[in-house]
Design a protein around this ligand. Sequence first.
Ligand code: F6P
Length: 324
Amino acid sequence: MKKIAVMTTGGDASGMNAAIRAVVRTAISSGLEVMGILEGLHGLLHNQFIGMDMASVGGIINRGGTILHTVRSKDFHKKEVRKIAYAYLKDRKIDGLISIGGDGSRQGLYCITKETGIPSCFIPASIDNDVYGTDYTIGFDSAVNVGLDAIDKIRDTAASHQRIFIVEVMGREHGFVALEVGLTGGAELILIPEFKRDLNMKKIAEALNNGIRRGKNSSIIVMAEGVGRSSDFAKKIEMATGMETRYTVLGYIQRGGSPTAMSRKLALTFGYEAVKCLMKLKKKQSMMVGIQANKVKVMEMKSVLGRERAIDSAEYNMNKVFSL
Ligand code: F6P
């Protein structure tokens, strides 16, 4: 292997830059040439390659977002369009690929390897933490800490005004972010799509009213975006409890900002391991790096694709003990 390319795909996640830095510096130190593909799969379709050296990744370890940019590409789903991208990879003599992104992105990478034979390694990075095969994705911890900071602030207003507050967090159709933020933020209720039976308004009102009867004069509810609109829930909760209820949608604030130490460490480790793994791969091999029970693992993409990460129901139930 002589020349590899690296790209970031899907939604940006804090720590992607630290991962790019690790990939580029590990590859160059190992005698490889590295190119960056701008705008992920979209950029690959449009021949957007740039040369990368040690200096090109200087001063980015602490920066959120991705210096390589990212675009969600619909065109890549079309086989005839993908052929254009493959011609660019061949022209540029790319013989190894690394993609840093979320669950949807790894499918794209696997597809490239299957159709071109170019070996690849996937680095999971997403605030959603919904990638099967790894306990943590790059960016998750950073997003959780943003949520936590918001809750700590909102709690002051909730307590002062004796209100119920709903804090809506991102996470697509999963509740990993909401569960972690809710648990560590001491939320009275956590509403996530994985526990549909608890989304019943009668149950929610009963839980909150029990708290009010025991003297609680404010409550924090963390709600995953996949559950519905927090504005609708706020109105219903106010009617059911008689307590003033407000909501805050954190949205994209959770995606940006400086990565936490955990997100950076994961990014640096994954970036390093991905290059080391890629160098050993044969044609048509596609792998993924991840972390399981605190150990870095390298696994076959085939073994993880199409599988859903499950929410930890013990953690969810544990919060019920602490909360109301
Ligand atoms: O996957 C990351 C994420 O931020 C999700 O939590 C959210 O639902 C989605 O991306 C938003 O997507 P977009 O950036 O395309 O608006």
